[in-house]
Design a protein around this ligand. Structure first.
Ligand code: NAP
Length: 357
């Protein structure tokens, strides 16, 4: 993996005219057509489409909860599978480009966390950490999902320098290397098998002696000569040398014994946590906590509220698929507004002319 790029996503690094001063009381005065929460590829693509549809969107890019401003792409280095970049692009640069594009068409940004929402009335109300209250006829949720972390020593320091949660994004960098995959579910099996395209050996570390993955996925992984298993084991520390990962400390969950295992990379596949806590008890979620939308639309169970990106997708989780759902959410919001959605806050429509008059 390349060095972490130095690209600022703070307001200072963004076009000055696009970022509203936090707490700007003027923003509280109007009822906005649409507000987007989330600044990853889904939220920014929704902003590009909503802005070009003259909806004058406000995009709220959180700073603390749910991950970094700009989403998970800002934690990766080279992105080589986003269409249109033949030579690849750095994750933060890709996000900054999307942000600049959204700003060019008039998106206004607020850089702080949303702390509560009221979706029960029209217009919908959002409150930010500084106490700013914003009202909108429609809301696009693009708050993403966080990969579950091990929370062991070395994990934070070596994130992006050997430690990753996306084999599709980073597997390529481990040609002829030994990598570890942590987890025993379908994702772990899928990641392990994908990684054998590059790595010379993949060790799956699982905390129990039985996998959670479906039988067919287990069978494929067991049949793959490059995949080995360390059962009844947890990673209790990730070690590095010169800023790059060089191994792990494994703890036997039965005996408590510890041993070291040299490895060049570690991929977490222990599940994701969708960032939905703002909408608990209001929006429908599936059994894994992801927002449920009325496919093929992005409409949630609350009129005027749309969801896109990883907060509603636990299958694909790619930047390009998130961007695609962001486009869909903006188009859905535009059509819902054009059809009179959330009209209680605006003037009544003019009576249509009588046919034949
Ligand atoms: P998952 O099924 O919840 O599996 C998570 C795995 O991580 C489990 O084996 C769990 O161990 C382990 N784990 C959780 N927390 C841990 C921790 N703190 N330390 C160590 N291990 C930990 O998640 P998933 O594999 O991401 O799958 C999510 C859903 O997507 C599932 O419904 C899955 O079937 C689906 N999916 C399907 C496919 C496919 O069909 N191609 C591919 C990927 C995902 P325990 O087993 O001990 O709980």
């Amino acid at each position: 993996m390349a060095d972490t790029p130095q690209i600022s996503l703070t307001p200072a690094g963004a076009p000055a005219q696009a970022t509203a001063p936090n707490g700007d009381p003027e923003l509280a005065e109007e009822v906005h057509e649409t507000i987007i929460i989330g600044s990853g590829p889904a939220g920014l693509t929704a902003a590009i489409y909503a802005a070009r549809a003259s909806l004058a969107p406000i995009l709220i890019e959180g700073v603390l909860d749910g991950g970094p401003t700009g989403g998970q792409l800002t934690l990766t280095t080279d992105v080589e599978n986003f269409p249109g970049f033949a030579d690849g692009v750095m994750g933060p640069e890709l996000i900054q480009n999307m942000r600049d594009q959204a700003a060019r068409f008039g998106t206004r940004f607020i850089t702080e966390d949303v702390t509560s929402v009221d979706l029960t009335a029209d217009p919908k109300t959002l409150t930010t950490a500084s106490g700013l209250q914003l009202r909108a006829r429609s809301l696009i949720i693009a708050t993403g999902a966080k990969p579950r972390r091990l929370e062991v020593p070395g994990e934070d320091e070596l994130w992006g320098s050997g430690v990753s949660a996306c084999a599709t994004c980073d597997g390529f960098f481990f040609r002829d290397k030994h990598v570890i995959v942590v987890g025993g579910g379908d994702s772990a099996m899928e990641e392990a098998m994908f990684l054998t395209k590059f790595a010379s050996k993949v060790t799956v570390v699982h905390r129990r002696d039985q996998l959670r993955a479906s039988v067919i996925m287990q069978e494929r992984a067991f049949a793959n000569e490059r995949v080995e298993f360390a059962f009844n084991a947890t990673v209790s520390e990730i070690t590095g040398d010169g800023g790059l990962m060089n191994g792990v400390v494994l703890t036997d969950t039965v005996t408590g014994e510890q041993r070291t295992l040299a490895a060049d990379g570690l991929f977490l596949a222990i599940g994701h946590i969708p960032n939905t806590w703002l909408f608990d008890d209001v929006l429908e979620t599936d059994e894994e906590g992801y927002l449920v939308v009325d496919e093929p639309s992005t409409a949630t169970n609350t009129p005027g509220v749309f969801a896109c990106g990883d907060v509603m997708d636990h299958t694909y989780r790619q930047a390009v698929t998130a961007a695609g759902t962001g486009c869909r959410a903006a188009m859905d919001a535009e059509r819902w507004l054009a059809g009179g959605g959330g009209v209680t806050a605006v003037a009544p429509a003019v009576e249509p002319a009588t046919v034949g008059s």
